[in-house]
Ligand binder design. Structure first.
Ligand SMILES: [Zn+2]
Ligand SMILES: [Zn+2]
Length: 302
C-alpha cells in the first residue's frame, strides 16, 4: 500500500466519522457504504479486465454488451458482508435481509443484475426470498460499486472523446453530483455508480437535454451559493446537486458527498423536483462468474 493510499484511507475514515456524528440516523447506510468503499480498494476489484464488443452505439456506455469476469470468492464475501451489515440494524426492511446470507442469493447474479440496473430482477429475487425489495435493491446497488469502479478504472483510457450525454460514458449511470471544478469552474458530472467524471456545459439538463435556460432554475442554501447549489429543470423536473471543488473528488468521496448533501435533496423535492425514475442507460453488461486461478490463466474471462 502506498502512502497516498494510506492517506486516502485515513481521509475516508475521517469523513465517514464526521458524517456519522452529523447525522446519526445515516449510521446504517454508512456502515454498508463503508464496506463497499473498503472492498473497492482491494486488488481483486482493481484488476478487472472488461472485454468490449467490437462496435458500440454512440449513446451506449462502454460497458454495454461488455464481458466482465468476476471471481466467485470475493463476490460472495462482498455480498454476504453487505447483507450482514445492512441486516444488523433495527429497521424491519433491513432486518429482513438477514436470512439471505448464505442462501437464496447467488452473489455473481446479484452483481450482474445490479450492474445492468435490472431492478425488476433484483426485486423478484428479494420477493422470492421473503426480503424487503427496497432494502435489497439498495444493498445490491452498493454491492456493485467495487465492480463498476474497477471496470471504470480499467476503461478510463477508452472513454469516448467529446461525450455529451447526461449518463455516464463508462457504466450508463446518472450523475450523483456535478463539480464546478477549479478556477475555470468547468462542470464535471460524477457518476453515482462508478464515479467516472465527464464534462457537460452548465446550461444543459443531463436528464432531458433541455438547453433553454428559462426552463432551468438554481436553488441554493442561503449564503452558500458559491459553495453548493442545485440546478433543477422545469421540463423534466430532474435536478442535480452541484459542488464547487478545487481538485477532482476522489471516487470514494462521490457517494459520500451525495449522502452528505441529502438536505439539498429534501429541499428541492419539497418543491416538486425528483430524481429520474428510469436508469440513465441500463447497460446489457455480461458478468461471468469465474474461479480465481482459472480466470487469470484464461486472461480475465472464461
Ligand atoms: Zn458510471
Ligand atoms: Zn430536464
Amino acid at each position: 500500500m502506498t502512502t497516498t493510499t494510506l492517506d486516502q484511507a485515513a481521509e475516508r475514515r475521517k469523513r465517514i466519522e464526521a458524517e456519522r456524528r452529523r447525522r446519526p440516523e445515516s449510521d446504517v447506510w454508512l456502515r454498508v457504504l463503508t464496506r463497499a468503499l473498503d472492498a473497492a480498494e482491494q486488488p481483486v476489484w482493481s484488476t478487472l479486465d472488461p472485454r468490449l464488443p467490437s462496435a458500440r452505439h454512440p449513446d451506449a456506455p462502454l460497458l454495454h454488451e461488455a464481458f466482465v469476469a468476476v471471481d466467485r470468492g470475493p463476490a460472495g464475501r462482498l455480498v454476504r458482508g453487505l447483507l450482514k451489515a445492512a441486516a444488523s440494524t433495527a429497521g424491519a426492511g433491513a432486518a429482513s435481509l438477514a436470512p439471505l446470507r448464505g442462501r437464496a442469493v447467488e452473489p455473481v447474479d446479484l452483481l450482474a443484475a445490479a450492474a445492468a440496473e435490472d431492478t425488476d430482477r433484483l426485486a423478484a429475487t428479494a420477493e422470492r426470498a421473503g426480503a424487503d425489495p427496497q432494502a435489497f435493491v439498495a444493498v445490491a446497488r452498493l454491492a456493485a460499486l467495487p465492480l463498476l469502479r474497477g471496470c471504470a478504472a480499467a476503461l478510463a483510457a477508452k472513454l469516448p472523446a467529446g461525450w455529451s450525454r447526461g449518463h455516464c460514458p463508462a457504466c450508463g449511470g446518472w450523475p450523483a453530483v456535478a463539480e464546478l471544478r477549479g478556477l475555470e469552474r468547468r462542470r464535471v458530472l460524477r457518476c453515482a455508480r462508478c464515479a467516472t467524471g465527464w464534462e457537460l456545459p452548465v446550461l444543459v439538463c443531463p436528464f432531458c437535454d433541455e438547453r433553454d435556460h428559462a426552463r432551468q432554475v438554481t436553488l441554493a442554501p442561503e449564503g452558500e451559493e458559491n459553495r453548493r447549489r442545485v440546478d433543477a429543470c422545469r421540463t423534466c423536473q430532474g435536478y442535480l446537486k452541484t459542488l464547487t471543488t478545487l481538485a477532482p473528488l476522489h471516487p470514494w468521496a462521490v457517494p459520500l458527498e451525495d449522502l452528505a448533501t441529502i438536505e439539498m435533496d429534501l429541499a428541492v423535492q419539497e418543491r416538486g423536483f425528483a430524481p429520474p425514475a428510469a436508469p440513465g442507460f441500463a447497460p446489457a453488461v455480461r458478468i461471468v462468474a469465474a474461479d480465481g486461478a482459472l480466470a487469470r490463466l484464461r486472461g480475465g474471462w472464461a
